[in-house]
Design a protein around this ligand. Sequence first.
Ligand SMILES: [Fe+2]
Length: 206
Amino acid sequence: MKPFTRRGLLKGSVCLAGLVAFSRRTAAGILTPSTAEGPFYPRAAMRFADVDNNLAKVSGAIKEAGGEIIILKGKLLAKDGKPLAGLRIEIWQCDVNGKYLHPHDNRPVIYDTGFQGFGHDISDLNGNYRFTTIKPTVYPGRTPHIHVKVLDGQQTLLTTQFYIAGDKNNQADSLFRRMSAKQAGSVSMTFTERNNILETNVDVII
Ligand SMILES: [Fe+2]
């Protein structure tokens, strides 16, 4: 990772936390809070392979992923509200059984081979991104979440996590609790049903 990622800067600047928090309040709303990457970020070969934005269907596989299928979409925006086009957005999450597609997830749970586990999209000219995936489930010790990373080329601009709005496990989750109410709201997914599928919109402000 290059030294001048936002995450790197934040990591080394604990004493500036207050200043950073202040600078994140912008005309377009607060910047999307950054969060720990976690241990199961897909390996390099997987990250830059052509892994599409439909995690609920593995190319060539007959069965679809187990779990509740959702559409996760939104815009990538600059702090002044302008759309950010051409950025790579990645998501990764555990399958319906709480198992990550990663060699370091050693839990004795069978992985759902119908679930892609990781995917990416490229934001369009209006900053839009879109994924088909599953509603996140409980992973031991964590509230349901989807990991999210935004990159410009190979430079990470943001690493964060999305949560289910109002999930009963949120308040017991240390990463969730670390956020202000506004920050938590900015990464919380509220679902509406459209064409018999749950859909949620989360804009990412960088
Ligand atoms: Fe996770």
